[in-house]
Design a protein around this ligand. Structure first.
Ligand code: ME8
Length: 481
């Protein structure tokens, strides 16, 4: 039974996966691989959010039925995650009838518990956000995120009594029983919660592409309610997860755009059914591309698979998480990838491995590889243990960029140590010292391979193989163009 349950958002399938989706999913994969390497039984859930007006409109644009369209797009996400070496446990789709059934039961239980009633409502709806915006949120009459004009909708909807959870949510978040990280995001949520909480509509009268509302076929369940429940329905659908009541999600990894849904609406739905809350909501920042918001109209949407094709999967994984700190916004571009490829990856890491292996061959030290490896396999030196712990702590606190820069300090120290020791001179007159120096570097490379494993699994394996075989092959070969 899994003892650590990690999730990404279920992504809308209104367009192909882009580098923003890749960012979250790669970080979730790093966490999952890290905890697995520590011996934990990890369940890593990702998937797609397939109902609602936004997806239905996208299907209409390409003249397909919603079902046909979402099937195709869900495959695109799967293919992208395969290309990025994402080792998820399950890929959940909200159009899966098993999930749909759980959603209906969940909403029925909310009704039975007395938290749902029908009201007439008029509000401004942003389809790109899939939510009503309050007049306060608008900027010059437009959605602040999408710069589009929301549509006035007047309908009779079912409402969830969100306002009844204001006090309880404030207390739970203040005590970190529901841990929202980083702290700036936690404070943001607390601040907004203290200004008041309004009930939310949880059904739609005019959206056909959705799950029918229990006992009212004229309404469908609001796409966000449907989507949030995926985290719970997975625990009903997949045997290796215990039930939510015994083991709720440990980490919901999300972008800052969907924090309110995860930190307020989702926990309130769970509280209403007396279910336990997720432990942590880890919220990362957004990146811009070349200083601008990524958007189709600007033509600056980076396609993760094209980048993988050109630079290799681990380059993209590395570049994504090392570009800027987890909680902040930052810039990303192909230029950044190129620069990291040439300097940190090829000139620093690749170079260290090559030169050590080439010297081992040249000075006939390959026969010592087994001894150096055996020694390390039996006992990790105290320095290595310290580094492993420090990098592990960074990963557990979502400081992926710091973890990588700590690893790269070790890489740089390796290149510097070689410059200082000048093995090519030792080879002439001090064979014992030569063995010592190269043995140290060999040990360092084994440690680096181990440290980068969750971030760059393929590179880590390639390093380990080369260190075994003593046959150097460039890890990051020159790229044309
Ligand atoms: O919101 N920078 O799906 P979505 C970083 N279906 N991350 C980004 C990003 C960017 N520029 N753009 C997107 C939805 N993301 C709902 C979620 S969950 C129950 C339902 C990432 O396809 C980030 O993780 O719009 C963000 O939260 C998510 O994609 C939004 O994906």
């Amino acid at each position: 039974m899994a003892n650590r349950y990690i999730t990404t958002p279920v992504y809308y399938v209104n367009a192909r996966p882009h580098i923003g989706h890749a960012y979250t999913t790669v970080m979730a994969d790093i966490l999952a691989r890290y905890f697995k390497a520590k011996g934990e039984d990890v369940f890593f859930l990702t998937g797609t959010d397939e109902h609602g007006a936004k997806n239905a409109q996208a299907a209409e644009r390409v003249k397909k039925t919603p079902k046909q369209y979402v099937n195709e797009l869900a495959s695109e996400f799967r293919i992208a995650w395969q290309g990025l070496n994402i080792d998820y446990s399950q890929f959940i789709r909200t159009s899966d009838p098993k999930h749909e059934k759980v959603v209906v039961d969940f909403v029925q239980k909310l009704k039975n518990a007395g938290f749902v009633d029908k009201r007439r409502y008029s509000g401004l709806y942003c389809i790109a956000c899939e939510r009503y915006l309050t007049p306060k949120e608008l900027e010059s009459g437009l959605c602040p995120d999408h710069k589009t004009k929301p549509v006035l909708q007047t309908e009779e909807n079912y409402f969830f009594a969100l306002s009844r959870f204001q006090e309880k949510l404030i207390r739970t978040i203040e005590r970190d029983e529901l841990l929202i990280t980083p702290a700036t995001r936690r404070n943001e949520v607390l601040g907004k919660l203290r200004t008041g909480l309004e009930d939310v509509s949880i059904s739609r009268a005019n959206v056909v592409w959705g799950i029918p509302f229990p006992n009212d076929p004229n309404q469908t369940i609001y796409v966000w309610v449907d989507a949030l429940i995926n985290y719970y329905s997975a625990t009903e659908m997949y045997d290796s997860l215990g039930g939510w009541a015994e083991h709720p999600a440990d980490i919901h990894l999300i972008g800052k755009d969907i924090l309110w849904f995860h930190a307020v609406i989702w926990p309130a739905m769970l509280l209403a059914l007396k279910l336990p809350l997720p432990k942590t909501i880890a919220t990362h920042g957004f990146f811009t591309i070349g200083g601008e918001k990524m958007s189709k109209t600007r033509g600056n949407v980076l396609d993760p698979l094209e980048l993988v094709e050109k630079y290799g999967v681990d380059t993209i994984r590395y570049a994504l998480v090392s570009a800027f700190p987890f909680g902040t916004d930052g810039d990303f571009s192909e230029e950044i990838i190129k620069q990291k490829y040439e300097s940190e990856l090829a000139n620093e890491l690749g170079n260290l491995l090559q030169r050590v292996l080439i010297m081992m061959k040249k000075y006939n030290l390959c026969s010592l590889a087994k001894k150096w490896q055996g020694a390390k396999r039996n006992k990790v030196s105290s320095r290595s243990r310290k580094e492993l712990l420090a990098v592990g702590e960074d990963i557990e606190k979502y400081r992926f960029d710091l973890a990588l820069s700590a690893i790269w300090d070790i890489v740089r120290q390796g290149n510097e140590a070689i410059e200082r020791a000048k093995p090519w001179e030792l080879a002439k007159n001090n064979k014992a010292k030569l063995e010592d120096v190269i043995g140290n570097e060999y040990e360092r490379l084994l440690l680096i391979a181990r440290l980068i494993k969750p971030f760059m699994p393929a590179t880590s394996s390639a390093m380990e193989e080369q260190l075994q075989s003593c046959v150097p092959e460039p890890l990051f070969p020159k790229i044309d163009g």
